[in-house]
Design a protein around this ligand. Structure first.
Ligand SMILES: *Cc1c(COP(=O)(O)O)cnc(C)c1O
Length: 372
């Protein structure tokens, strides 16, 4: 018997990767950072690889090493590396590393010397996001230093890459500007005498909507899990995650009953309340208080009162509800249940955050579909 669970359909992940691959001739990096966007990094990675993903993308060195420790030996790129990490462990494990500055490059050289083999680097240019990546002004110096280090046999420049600003607005002019800056950056790469095997730029949105940005490798994350980066479009993807719980307790209360902390909800009439054992410690946003959609007894309801750390309450009116009934917070939507998109809209965030919140919590994750 389960009390609350996050179900992840690995077959949906496979289908989504299939679909993404069908739309490109580039290699595909399945991004599995953030515990596989909450779906479980290693199982999600295995499912994506099963369906033909060529690469895995993560942020942290630890994430990359966790993939290696699980026996996954495909190319892995890690790109969020603060100073002082034991980068040589990544070099030894054959993890590709993102580099955006001269100090970072220096750390890579030291790591190569310690590991006794050249670090595999992907040089990142900032084409407009102003987050990771070297500015266009700093790009030539980084390229020259990397070219020299490669000539000295200390590093191998495997890739050149950047990241988009507008995941959700495919037609935005900033995207075209970024593509143009990326092309300029690539011309400078040539002039520095570097010939990296991989040029990569496209996230899910660009993988789905901008074939001209695919270059040698695409880096979809969200779409692998069946969610769309663009509101109102599904691109035939199937959401892989379902979050649900069994009603713990029901009770009949009179009209005018204040519900949950702060009594921010009051029953209008006599009602059946259902207490659901999932809260913000499990990933339910507290902002879902009085607005989060939940399906119970085939009906879509709204969370009544505050979401607590461990539970929330549903006012079910006169509908018969019983302890043990299943309340579905979100799923693929195929049975009329809310989706992660519905939750994102209700609480004022994006679907990325909704599913990622359910990673690494106390709620057991259960996998459907073939587990490889
Ligand atoms: C997260 C991330 C991706 C994947 O983005 P999606 O919008 O989820 O497809 C790709 N590249 C980088 C650098 C990222 O940080």
């Amino acid at each position: 018997m389960w009390q609350a669970e996050v179900r992840v359909d690995l077959d949906a992940i496979r289908e989504n990767v299939d679909r993404l691959r069908a739309g490109t001739s580039a290699e595909l990096m399945a991004v599995v950072k953030g515990d596989g966007y909450g779906h479980g990094m290693v199982p999600a990675a295995r499912a994506a690889l099963d369906a033909g993903a060529d690469w895995l993308g993560v942020c942290t060195l630890d994430e990359a090493l966790t993939l290696r420790a699980a026996g996954i030996d495909v190319p892995v790129l890690a790109w969020l590396l603060a100073p002082g990490l034991p980068l040589h462990t990544g070099v030894t494990a054959g993890v590709d590393l993102g580099v955006a500055s001269l100090p970072q490059l220096d750390e890579m050289l030291a790591a190569s010397r310690t590991a006794g083999r050249p670090a595999r680097l992907h040089l990142k240019i900032d084409t407009g996001l102003a987050r990771g990546g070297a500015t266009v002004a700093d790009w030539p110096a980084l390229l020259d230093a990397a070219a020299k280090a490669q000539a000295d046999g200390l590093v191998e420049v495997v890739g050149v890459w950047s990241h988009f600003v507008y995941a959700d607005l495919p037609g935005h002019p900033t995207t075209d500007r970024q593509v143009a800056v990326f092309h300029e950056g690539l011309a400078m790469v040539e002039r520095a005498g570097l010939r990296p095997r991989y040029r990569h730029l496209a996230n899910s949105a660009a993988t789905l909507t901008r074939p001209d940005t695919h270059f040698d490798l695409v880096r979809p994350g969200l779409a692998v899990y069946g969610l769309s980066p663009v509101a109102g479009e599904t691109y035939g993807l199937r959401p892989a995650m379902t979050a649900r719980a069994r009603v713990m307790l029901t009770k009949r209360v009179p009209a005018g009953a204040g519900v949950s902390y702060g009594h921010t909800y009051t029953t209008e009439r006599e009602a059946n309340l259902a207490v659901v054992p999932l809260g913000y410690a499990d990933g339910v946003p507290r902002h879902a208080s009085n607005c989060g959609p939940v399906q119970l007894g085939g009906v879509r309801r709204t969370i009544s009162g505050r979401v607590c750390m461990d539970q929330f309450v549903l006012d079910c009116g006169d509908d018969p509800v019983a302890a043990g009934d299943v309340a579905t917070l979100f799923g693929s939507g195929s049975d009329g249940e809310p989706t992660a998109d519905d939750w994102a809209e209700a609480v004022g965030t994006i679907n990325y955050e909704i599913v990622t919140r359910f990673g690494s919590t106390r709620v057991p994750r259960v996998y459907d579909g073939d587990r490889t």
